[in-house]
Design a protein around this ligand. Sequence first.
Ligand code: UDP
Ligand code: MG
Length: 322
Amino acid sequence: MRQKIPCLYIVIPCYNEQEVLPITCKMFREKLETLEAAGKISPDSRVLFVNDGSKDRTWEIISQLAKEDPHFLGISQSRNRGHQNAVLAGLMEAKDRCDITISIDCDGQDDINAMDKMVDAYLDGCEVVYGVRSKRDTDTFFKRFTAEGFYHLMNWMGAECVFNHADYRLISSRVLQEFANFKEVNIFLRGMVPLVGFKSTSVYYERAERIAGESHYPLKKMLALAFDGITSLSVKPIRLITGFGALVSFISFLGVIWAVITSLMGHTVSGWASTVSILCFMSGVQLLCLGVIGEYIGKIYMETKARPRYIISERTWEEQQS
Ligand code: UDP
Ligand code: MG
C-alpha cells in the first residue's frame, strides 16, 4: 500500500472531436473531482488534452477549457501524426509533472468509472494497469469480429499484447521514465508497454458506443495498425517466409527427382499448363515475400533517420503566461 496521494494526469488524444469534446470534458472533470474527494488523487491532478492536428474547432475548444478551468491543460501537435504519437506526446509531457497517467480516448467509449479501480490497483502497488474490454455488445458484429481477429493475429505473429486492451491504461511516471528510453520511431504502445515490465494488472470494463462523431478507425486503418504493430514488434513474418521458402525448396527437390526419374524412364513430361501455373504462383509468392522484407527495410530506414516522434507547437499554459 502506498502512502503518498498521487497526482494524476488524464491524457486524452483528440482528432477532429468538436462534437464530443464539450460533452466528455465534463465527465473527465467530474471524475477528477470524485477521485480527489475520495482522497485517492491529489488536488493538482489534471486533464491533459493532446490535439492531434485537428482540422476543426477542437483546439479552440481545448484552449477555451484551459482558460476557464485550471484543471484542463492542452498541448497541440504541429500536424496530424496519428493516435499513437498523440498519446505518446501526452505521456511524455505528463511524465515529469505527475505520479500517474491514465490515457483514454475522448469519445466516451471507454468507461471512465474503471479509473477508480485503476487508481486502487496503483495504490496497491501496481505500476501499470491495463483497461480491458469485457464485452463488446455495443459494437457491430463486423467491428467486434475484426477487432478480435486483430488481437489473435497480433499474438500469432509474435507481437504480444493484452487481449482486448486498447490504449486505456494507467502508467506510473516511474515506468514512463524507463519507457522514454525506448527511442524507436515506429511506435505501437500496446505492444511496447508490456516490454517495459514492472508489476501490472488488468481491470475490466464494458465498452460503450461513441457519444458523438465518427470512428477514425475503419477496417483499413485497423489493418494498417495491425501490420505496423506486427512489423514493429516482431520478426515472425520473416521467419515464416524462411520456413515457407524451405518447404517450397523441399517440394521442388522432390519434383526434380520425379522429373529426372520420369525422363529416364522415357516418359516425356508434357505439361505447359502446370509449368506456367507454378511459375506464376511462385513469382507471386516471391513478390509478396519481397514486400514483407521491404517493409522491414523501410522501418530500418525510418529508424535510422530518428526523426522526432512528435512536435508540440502550442501549450495552453504558455498561452496563459503571455
Ligand atoms: N485520434 C487521434 N489521431 C488520429 C485518430 C484518432 O488522436 O489520427 C484519437 C481520437 O480523437 C480518439 C482516439 O484517438 O480520442 C480513438 O479514435 P476513435 O474513437 O476514432 O477510434 P475507435 O475507438 O473507433 O477505435
Ligand atoms: Mg472510439
